[in-house]
Every structure is written in C-alpha cells, then in structure tokens.
Design a protein around this ligand. Structure first.
Ligand code: MOS
Length: 752
C-alpha cells in the first residue's frame, strides 16, 4: 500500500464515540503540512521528460508557421509535437457523442479558436530546456478579428442550458402577473467571466507500457477520465491506471479530463518515455473551462401585500464557437420564491474563447447574485424590510414543480442568521448608518440555495479476522476533507472504531465513486460506503446467527447490532461477540461485500431536494473614495446531516469567501482588439486575500431530511457562494443608496 492511498496512519485528532458528527481534523492533514502528500506533479518516474505547451497568442485564425527546427536545436530538447507528428487518436477530438463529451484541442489541425489554445508541445530533458524550446517556436499567425463580449456575435437560443435543462421555461403568465401588480421593478445585472485558479494547476505524469497507461493527474471524476482517455486512445479502460490521491482544488475544472492532460499522454506516446506536463498559471485561462459572463434582466411584480405576482428572469450568456456549454443562470429563479407566474429564458452568443464549463455553483452563483439583488430591490420598492419580504415570498413547495421541499429549514436559517447578525436594528432606508470613522455602513442579506444532487457510486467493504476493516471507493478529495468524512461514514457503516478502518480512495482501480461535483460526492459515495458496510455486516451476522456455538445464534439478522467491532443481540446487549471471533470460528480470514449509492427514483419523483441558507453581510464604504470593505458575514445553512462539522464549516467559509470574491474582486478582462485575457495571472486576476476577508461566521442549522437518502446527507460545497455575493451587493446599496448593476462592484460605480 503506497503512502498516499492509505490514510489510516497517524490520524491527527483525538477520536471519541461514533464517527459521524465528530469534528475530526483531516486525516491527511499531517501528510499535507509536512510535505508528505504527493500531488500529481511530485511524481518523477525513471527516465521522465518534461513537456511544455506552446499556446496561441491570438484568439482566432491559424498558425501559419512554427520554427520547430530552432526549438529542436536547443540543447536538451528531445522532440516537438505539432499537428504534423502528433500520434494518431482512435477518435476525432472534435467528436461529440453526448452532451458531456466536450471537444478538446489536441493539435488536430492548425486552427486557432481561442487564446491560450495549445499549438505545440515541446518535450525536453529539463523543464528549462522545454520552456526555452517553446519560446523558440516563434509562431506566425494568420489572425482573424476576435469576437468578444456579450454583444460580440449574433445571439441565439441554445438547445439546452447547464446539464441539459430547457433554455426557456415558464409557469403561469408573467405578463398578466406584471399587469396585475401594484409595484414593479425591472433591473439588469452583469457578471464577468471568471477563470479557474486552483492552487494546483492541471498536471499530468504519464508512463506508457505497451498499450497500458499509468497516470498521475488530479481528477474530480476518475472513472469518467478513464473512460474518456480509453475512447481517445482506443484502449480498454481497465488498461488505464489513474492515481489522484490529492487535488489542490478542483472547483469543476478537473471534472472532465482537459486537452492539456491528454496532450501529456500524447507526448509520452510520441517520445516513448514517461512525460510530465504542468500548466503554467496563465495557461489555465482557456483550455480547462471557465465561468461564462452573463447579463441578466429581472422583472418582478408585487401586490399590495408585497407578494410576488410575477418573476421574469432572462439571462444572456456566452459559449465558445465550437462547443456547447451554457451557464443556466436564470434557472436560479426556479427554486426559491413563490409566484403564480415564473418565466425563465436564456440566449447566448458564441465567442472566441475556450469553452466555458462547470465552475463552483455553475448557474446558481451567477443567477442568485441577480435574483437576490432584484429581490432586495423589490422589497424596498414595496417599502418592506428585505427579510420580511423574503419571509413573505419564500416558497413552501418548489415554485416551478410544486413538489414539497425543506423550506422549513430555510425559515430557521433566516431566523438564526438574522439574530446572530443583529438584523433587527437595521434602518430601512439607505445611507443612514455611519461608523465612528465616518464610513458609510450598510447591511444586506441574501438567500442561499443549492440542489441536493446524487449521482452513482460503488464501494467495497471488507472485514478481516484481525478485527480490522477496509473500505474502498475511487473517491476524490479536492482538499475539502472528503477522505476524512468518508472514513467517518465507513467506520460507522462497519461498526468499527475509525482507527481500525483502512480507507482507500483516489485511484481508478477502486470501485467507481462517481464524480466529486455538484456538491453530491458525500451523499453519493457516502451512501455507497454506508450500503457496503451494511452488506458486509449482514454477511457477518449470518455467520454468527446461524451457528449454534455463537451467543448470537438464532437472533436473526435484524436482531443484531454492530458497534465497536462486536455484534450484539438487539434484545440483550450482554450477549455478543467480536467480529474476529466470528470470522475465526468460520475459518475465514476476511469477508467482503459491495454497496451502491444512487438517488432513489420514487423519492426524486415526489420531493424537491435542496439545501438552504441565509447570509447577512455588513460593508463599510469610504464616502469620498468609494472603497468597499466587507466587515462582517454571518451565514446559516441547513444541508441535512452534518458528517463532520469542522469540515462542513470550512466548506461554508470557502463558499462565502468566494462570494466576497464574486461581489468585489474576480473578473477576467478581455482585450477587445486581440480577444486575449489581459489579467491571466494571479497578480492581476483579483481574489480576496486575508486582508479582504472579515470575521466570517457559519452556523450549522439542524435538519433531518428523510427524503434525500438514508444518511440524510445533502451537499455543502457550493451553497455558500450563492447567498453571499447578493448579500454584499445589497449591503453596498444600503450603505450608499447606489444599486450595483455589474460585478465585481467597482469604486467608480459608487461615485455618482
Ligand atoms: Mo463543481 S462546479 O460541481 O466541481
């Protein structure tokens, strides 16, 4: 067992009692802080070469010439891979059999369709030589004008948005609803393109052995990555071994294998030696997905009591010229506020960018920032406190489908967060609060929501005659602590002390744990683990209850309890025996069983499933210079059962801090002449640093939701971002009286 795959050593925590619900520290924390955790790029198989991408500096056109001779003549350069000598693939990288098969740029021709597209790969003995070789290629281009911005091309209505939802939906008639309204608002908001800046850039270390592949690369979905690579190279998935024990962040960018990762595999094929390829930070601005920009218009009507009569939410978004992903921003209006009439629609333009893809709360993040801003405007248009207004309008059943859902917990989130924040003393009108230093102070709120999704996962459980257990599933830990939470679920599922459980994950050789995405990993793989545990305990109980020599003889499977490595009679806990005794008597060294995690179709049909939350923000704005600071954030979230409160809270913090980033910092700026992103680096692409992040509080609101799954788990990864950005925008209005219409909110927008 390699170090990175077995995490039951030296747990850095004190453990008590049953595992689920305990605030354990990350089981891999010790490895990480001591440098023992081996990330993909830390691997150096013998004979490994370094591959460096050469990327396009134009947005559209073709590569007319590359000086491969100059690159090859450089000392240490072994080979230059271009469309001319790139090894053959089994399928066209532009083939698309299903909506989740995204087109890849794998040097299939000389065309350039976005800036930072790969145009060649230089392979050398050292990173320095490969980097210099790439610079020596001195490409010449035939460039065409770049299509840039949300008005940069003719718009159209896409066939589907997000993961295949309809682009246009409605219930009731919004025009009638708006006509009958006493008060109406209409407002347009713009959100920028955001790009992935995970701590760990995409990296791959590849070794071929005949038609077998050994790969180290970060992946949020090992089986999917394995399947995609198998298809591209025409080899069996089981011949591809992918290790992904640690990810330095994913956020959606590592959900699908990206073009550069596949180019690493091709480079290793070409030179017949192991190859490492790591993206430079600026190279992440193109081929690994991004959050598309949006322009959203909301119209709302309210009756005399401040009840919504209509919500109309339209979103313009952008995709690439060669593939389809459309940010489902307007769909945010489907799941939160009740209205007799709701209409959502999307249109899009095709721009010379890499294909936008999943980025933390895709659709929910962009959509909720506009929806929560508009709700705040609607409340104030009615002369109502925004919390009052939300309490009047939040839905008891899912607005679009009429299915029951857990909005009772949302009411509790509002209550707890408002009380902790001190919302009750907020003046209704803006510009009324100043602090001792004269800064304009404002308070705003936003509602958070995210669907409780489940996908498909499998796990394998083993009980051994030494009294220990093993749980295996090919789960992915992006840094959020999945390995710890899953080990906790495994320990309870096996009825073992957590230190007696070996938990293996992060490898494609293990049972398919599905994808770490959509905030559904803990629920999905967690249920597989839970079910595998229950199945192996049932086998163990069969061995005991069917054997006259056992104190459990005759109890029947339902009549036993598993705890602390022992089975007990449910009706008489003094009668029991250890797992080890049962297995040894049966002459077995181990027993195993499998389990699956999947959504329950009947429950899916009947109930709408969402996590809920409420976020309250305080900002201070310099009255002369317009500088904005977030000074307080309080969120309360109800997301079903909490497996580990320490890890869950840290997910909420992460989401809320991304909310600050969305409101005040992040934006990819495109040069309108060249189509290039001007701030494609961590220095100029702003993200919040410690000085930007105030006191952040996340309250965990108790929620038993019996409908999501047997463990009652929802998801916590993405919800935090959805309420926060709107809350900050609304606080800025409350401080200044100026409505933010574009994000990030700029100083110049506040200086009237
Ligand atoms: Mo996420 S955007 O589901 O990794």
């Amino acid at each position: 067992m390699t170090l990175e795959l077995s995490l039951n050593q030296q747990p850095a925590h004190a453990r008590q009692g049953s595992s689920i619900g305990q605030p354990l520290t990350r089981r891999d924390g010790f490895l990480k802080v001591t440098g023992g955790a081996r990330y993909a790029a830390d691997n150096h198989p013998p004979g490994m070469l370094y591959a460096v991408l050469a990327v396009s500096s134009i947005a559209r056109g073709r590569v007319a010439a590359l000086d491969t001779e100059a690159a090859k003549a450089h000392k240490g350069v072994v080979e230059v891979m271009t469309p001319k000598n790139r090894p053959a693939l089994a399928i066209d990288p532009d083939a698309k059999d299903n909506p989740f098969m995204f087109r890849l740029d794998l040097l299939q021709n000389d065309q350039v369709r976005y800036p930072n597209q790969s145009i060649a790969v230089v392979i050398a003995e050292t990173l320095e030589a490969a980097t210099e070789g790439a610079a020596l290629l001195s490409p010449r281009y035939e460039a065409l004008p770049a299509r840039v911005g949300l008005d940069g091309a003719k718009s159209f209505v896409p066939r589907g948005v997000g993961i295949g939802g309809p682009a246009v939906q409605h219930k009731g008639d919004v025009e009638t609803g708006l006509r009958s309204a006493k008060t109406r608002i209409e407002a347009t908001y713009e959100t920028p393109a955001q790009y992935h800046n995970a701590m760990e850039p995409h990296a791959i270390v590849v070794a071929w052995d005949g038609d077998r592949l050994s790969i180290d690369t970060p992946s949020q979905g090992l089986a999917m990555a394995q399947g995609r690579i198998a298809g591209l190279f025409g080899i069996a998935p089981e011949n591809i071994h992918i290790r992904s024990p640690f990810l330095g962040g994913g956020f959606g960018s590592k959900g699908m294998i990206s073009g550069p990762q596949v180019l690493g595999i091709l480079a290793a094929r070409l030179v017949g030696r192991p190859v490492k390829l790591v993206l430079r930070r600026e190279q992440m601005y193109g081929p690994v997905g991004h959050r598309a920009p949006t322009r959203q218009t909301l119209r709302m009507g309210m009756d005399g009591e401040g009840r919504l009569t209509a919500i109309d939410h339209h979103a313009r978004t952008a995709s690439s010229t060669f593939d389809d992903f459309f940010e489902p921003a307007a769909d945010a209006s489907h799941t939160l506020y009740a209205s007799p009439a709701i209409a959502t629609s999307h249109d899009a333009v095709r721009l010379d960018t890499g294909t936008p893809l999943f980025m933390r709360a895709p659709g929910e993040a962009t959509g909720s920032i506009a929806l929560e801003s508009a709700i705040d405007e609607a409340a104030h248009a009615c002369g109502m406190d925004p919390l009052e207004f939300r309490l009047r309008n939040y839905a008891e059943v899912e607005p679009m489908t009429g299915k029951p859902f857990s909005s009772k917990a949302l009411r509790e989130c509002y209550r707890q967060a408002a009380e902790t924040f001190g919302w009750a003393s907020r003046p209704l009108q803006p510009r009324l609060m100043r602090d001792a230093d004269g800064f304009l102070t404002g308070w705003g709120m936003g509602t958070a929501t995210f669907p409780a999704l489940m996908f498909q996962a499998e796990a394998r459980a083993v009980l051994r005659s030494d009294g220990s257990g093993l749980m295996e599933t090919g789960a992915q830990d992006m840094g959020q602590g999945a390995w710890t939470a899953f080990a906790q679920i495994a320990a309870d599922g096996l009825g073992l002390d957590i230190d007696r459980v070996e938990f293996r994950a992060g490898s494609s050789d293990l049972p398919n744990a599905g994808i770490a995405g959509g905030s559904g990993h803990t629920a999905t793989a967690g249920m597989a683990i839970h079910n595998a545990g229950a199945a192996v305990i049932a086998r163990l109980a069969d061995l005991a209850t069917g054997n006259e020599a056992s104190p459990l003889f005759g109890a029947g499977n339902e009549g036993v309890l598993a705890r602390g490595g022992r089975l007990y009679r449910r009706d008489d806990e003094s009668r029991g025996e250890s797992y080890a005794e049962i297995l040894m008597r049966a002459g077995l060294t181990e027993i195993e069983a499998h389990g699956k995690g999947a959504p329950d179709p009947a429950s899916q049909e009947t109930y709408a499933k969402h996590a809920h939350g409420a976020v309250f923000a305080e900002v201070k704005v310099d009255p002369d210079f317009g500088q904005i600071r977030v000074t307080r954030l309080v969120g309360a979230f109800a997301a079903g059962r909490v497996i580990n409160p320490r890890l869950v809270r840290s997910q909420y913090y992460g989401g809320m801090i991304w909310g600050i980033s969305f409101a005040l910092h992040e934006e990819a700026i495109t040069d309108r002449r060249s189509g290039r992103i001007q701030n494609a680096n961590l220095a100029e692409y702003h993200v919040p640093v410690n000085a930007d992040v105030p006191s952040v509080e996340a309250l965990l609101v108790h929620e038993d939701d019996p409908y999501v799954n047997a463990l009652g788990i929802k998801g916590v990864g993405e919800i935090g971002i959805t309420g926060t950005a709107g809350a900050i925008a609304n606080a800025v209005w409350h401080a200044t009286g100026v409505r933010p219409r574009r994000f990030p909110i700029r100083i110049e927008d506040l200086l009237g």
